[in-house]
Design a protein around this ligand. Sequence first.
Ligand code: ATP
Ligand code: MG
Length: 407
Amino acid sequence: MNYVNITGETGEKRIILVRIGEIALKGLNRSTFEKNLYRNLRDKLKDFGDPDIHWSQSRFYIVPKKLPFDYEQAMEAASSVFGVVSSSPAIACRSDFEEIRRTAVKAAGEKIAALKAEGKTSGIKFKVETRRGVKSFPMKSPEISAELGGTLLDEFPELAVDVNEPDFILYCEVREESFVYTDIVKAKGGMPIGSNGKACLLLSGGIDSPVAGYMISKRGVKICAVHFFSYPYTSERAREKVLELAKIISKYCGEIKVMVVPYTEVQLAIHQNCRDELGTVIMRRSMMRIAETLARRNGCAALVTGESIGQVASQTMQAMYCTDAAANMPVFRPLIAMDKVDVIALAREIGTFETSTLPYEDCCTVFTPKHPKTRPSLEEVIAEEARYDYERLENEAVEGTETFTCG
Ligand code: ATP
Ligand code: MG
């Protein structure tokens, strides 16, 4: 994309500078990545007065159309967009050294005031880091840093230079225009949603599956969700909880279509017709078949679950082998090698933990057998399953599915 003049006639503008991941950015992928990210940023920021979003050289520049503009909230919103690595509130100015100098004094002054408000009143240490992206600019980076450092020392007597342990860094980027800032706020990273296809998440009301949805989305995968609902064994509130969880992760994953499958009849049939010890694995296979049908109808190429190896009886390698054999599409398990404590930490970070730990049971806990087989063989599972025709009930469940849009 061609460079767009940001500062315009005003000579100076407050913007948000957004850095994007560069690892996967080669050739055609790069433009898909950037276009998706642009679209996702634009959608995310439309509630902030629909700011202009420019992009150039692995950077996005968010430029308010009108003031006042809530920079802090807008930056937080931008940071929740997958593909964004970090962002900075910055002041853009013309690439003229005297303007850069004035801007540096302003940015440093604001940072010093903020540090003082935090109780740091004397002996503030700083350094300047300059990147010169246009060779036409007459000064080289070290020269710019030295000049700006000198100016700031003259201007603010409480400052001292310390290149090893500064309290703040004044960053100066000289490009077609220049950008001065003091803060870099880490964002979620990952890849922009839409750049890696679509998958269907099996979303329970528990801690794990919302986190799994978040993680797969972070790799650029658009998700929809399936929830198996066993009314009246699970209450209306359990369904509300699942919709609420979808809404919470939609902050990162974008709008989520949630399909609620009436699962009671299938679950009762399994309970009545299967040996107790194989009930769980047979139920999971049935969930996979239903989820796959709904996934295909929604253009998804994979299923996603919140399973982690060894966590419970149905999450042994043998049980997962039996489960996967029922599906004719890949089953992704982003949490497979994670410890529960780490899943919980992530659930807290993304804001799902409190809702996940509300007491309403999901359908799995109601019919949980006392002694599920941890190492079922596929042959015995298939033989046990063949004793009853679940297909008809599964088809009815698919057709009775209710759809909600969350986010
Ligand atoms: P979670 O915390 O996600 O509920 P879990 O540790 O309780 O997981 P299980 O109950 O064995 O484990 O479920 C494993 C996975 O199966 C879940 O992560 C989810 O992807 C899927 N799943 C379980 N129950 C349901 C349900 N009622 N609706 C949709 N998916 C479900
Ligand atoms: Mg569960």
